[in-house]
Write a protein that binds this ligand. Structure first.
Ligand code: TNX
Length: 562
């Protein structure tokens, strides 16, 4: 019996401390994170086209740079990407301008560069105003778009393809692997939004900014702020100062309320704009105006100040539609709000004005629509606006639960476009289940499947897909008092509505959506975001994330060896 001779041992050299430390770190990385990346299709909302190439997986190296077309808006997106990736990776990820494009990543970064991430604007690409192409190759990542908005959407996709640990606010020992292949993507509808009611309960600027971040993740591009209601007036108007000093000092349940100064509002608008999100301000008229009447009784039909209202009933208040002073008030308010708002939209509410009916109501709406048009803005209102005369460009927001309304269909036939927020699918203030601790149920219970299983293109009878501007998920806040409450109702249903707005109908598949949505759970958990662990979803257990020891924690020898 012969034995295979063992190979002659190589001469052994003692490894130095630095090599030992590196080896230990690499071993830890291999043990603690999966070596295989996510699937290229594990993205919410579902991309239009996904072509995986398993031979092209790529791992983000510590020395990677972000190269970007020399254009201010693209540079801002590149900086944003770097800011998203730096906390968890601990990598410097410098942002540099590309010499020319399109070039392979390494070439764009300059001679001798390691693979990195290239963000390239290409006006000749057929990707549409918001689309992008993401190529993950053994040389690195190349993201191409016609606009900076497209680049930003691609950045959100890239972020979701990295391991969930990328959401960690502090450095993590992970293998930052990306699945190889190409994604080509563009939205189905141009308007994709969410609404936050800051009137029933007031929310601080930082809470609104955090909601904006949640919208950006799922490629939503509009934030509708319901700024005024019976329980509080939340936006400063210089020409009518008591709106906030008096009208802003209440909220549901008797809390202190609050309001946004013009600087606060400007901060929200610019934070949203940096994420390519347009703010849609709503001044709800002629109903839902008790807070304004408390501040200015001259606007009330009987010219008497009503008591402040902190309950949750609707439909009792209205500004006097027969008094010219009311229209001065509206022109002043809408003028100031329009001046603060770079986006094209002004939302005038129009819902539940139960005491202003028939021709008085339509006459009122027609005057206010005209005021908005004269300010150079496009009027948006709840679908109760439908019987008022058509005005070019006007947009109705559908919140019905029945899927049919001849008056709305007729308004659309005359040229109105529709934003779909069906109460029984898209209302994020509806409870998930009978035992959901907060929320309403007047439009039914909305579990994740109910939020996902409808088609904006065919939902309202007589309204063709071409007349649908998009979708919006409203969050009314009668029962919502904290950021955690907001997140609990938003997640995981907001991504369902976002997918209906973004993804082509061909990708619509509940089982597939459910699996992709499950993958978002560990991301939210890692980022410290509250969400409802909906029982329909098989949430993966969130791995304990290993943190990289800071220099302070390291033994002295390792620091010296670095
Ligand atoms: C109806 S939807 C309202 C709001 C309430 C909401 C509660 C709409 C245009 N009006 O005033 O907050 O129901 O779900």
């Amino acid at each position: 019996m012969s034995t295979t001779p063992s190979p002659t041992p190589l001469p052994v050299r003692e490894p130095d401390a630095a090599t030992l430390a590196r080896t230990a770190e690499q071993t830890a990385v291999t043990v603690l994170t999966a070596a295989t990346p996510h699937r290229l299709s594990d993205v919410v909302p579902a991309p239009e086209q996904v072509q995986p190439d398993p031979t092209a997986d790529w791992v983000l190296p510590a020395e990677a740079a972000i190269v970007v077309s020399a254009h201010p808006a693209a540079l801002a997106v590149a900086e944003h990407l770097a800011e998203l990736l730096r906390p968890a990776t601990g990598y410097p990820l410098p942002v540099t301008e590309a010499a020319a494009h399109p070039l392979p990543v390494a070439e764009a970064a300059g001679p001798g560069a390691v693979g990195g991430i290239a963000l390239l604007l290409d006006e000749t690409a057929h990707l549409g105003a918001e689309g992008y192409r993401l190529d993950i190759t053994p040389d690195g990542v190349r993201l191409t778009a016609v606009t900076a908005t497209g680049l930003l959407h691609g950045v959100q996709t890239l972020r979701q393809l990295l391991p969930p640990a990328i959401e960690s606010p502090t450095p993590v020992a992970a293998h930052w692997a990306l699945p190889g292949g190409t994604i080509t993507d563009a939205p189905r509808f141009p308007y994709r939004g969410a609404m936050l009611d800051v009137a029933r309960h007031f929310f601080a600027v930082e809470d609104v900014l955090r909601v904006i971040d949640h919208l950006a993740r799922y490629k939503l591009n509009h934030l509708h702020l319901h700024l005024t209601d019976d329980q509080g007036w939340r936006i400063a108007v210089d020409s009518w100062p008591r709106l906030t000093t008096v009208g802003g000092a209440t909220e549901v349940g008797g809390g202190p309320g609050g309001h946004y100064t013009k600087a606060d509002y400007a901060q929200i608008v610019s934070y949203a704009a940096a994420r390519h999100i347009t703010v849609v301000p709503e001044i709800d008229l002629p109903g839902h105006t008790n807070a304004a009447l408390v501040a200015y009784p001259e606007l009330a039909p009987d010219k008497l100040a009503p008591p402040p209202y902190t309950g949750t009933e609707v439909g009792f208040s209205y500004v006097d539609p027969t008094d010219e002073r009311t229209y001065d008030f509206i022109a002043d308010v809408l003028g100031e709000v329009a001046a603060l708002t770079p986006g094209p939209w002004l939302h005038i509410g129009g819902d539940e004005a139960f005491k202003v009916t028939g021709e008085v109501y339509t006459g009122f709406v027609e005057r206010v629509q005209r005021i908005v048009a004269d300010l150079g803005k496009t009027v948006v209102g709840w679908h109760q606006l439908a019987p008022a005369a058509h005005l070019d460009g006007r947009v109705l927001q559908w919140w019905g639960t029945a899927g049919a309304d001849p008056t709305t269909a007729e308004a659309v036939r005359q040229g109105a476009r529709l934003i779909l927020s069906p109460g029984n699918h898209a209302y994020l203030d509806m409870k998930y289940a009978p035992d959901t601790p907060i929320g309403h149920d007047w439009a039914g219970l909305i579990d994740v499947r109910k939020a996902y299983d409808w088609d904006p293109g065919t939902h309202v009878a007589g309204v063709p897909a071409e007349a649908v501007l998009g979708v919006e998920a409203p969050l009314w806040t009668e029962s919502v008092t904290s950021l955690a409450d907001i997140e609990f109702l938003l997640l995981p249903r907001l991504p369902a509505i976002a997918e209906l707005g973004w993804s082509s109908r061909e990708t619509h598949d509940w089982a597939d959506f459910r699996d992709r949505l499950a993958g978002q759970g560990p991301r939210w958990a890692t980022a410290g975001i509250t969400f409802h662990r909906a029982p329909e979803i098989t949430w993966p257990t969130t791995p304990t994330i290993p943190t990289i020891p800071t220099q302070h924690d390291m033994p002295q020898t390792d620091i010296a060896a670095r």
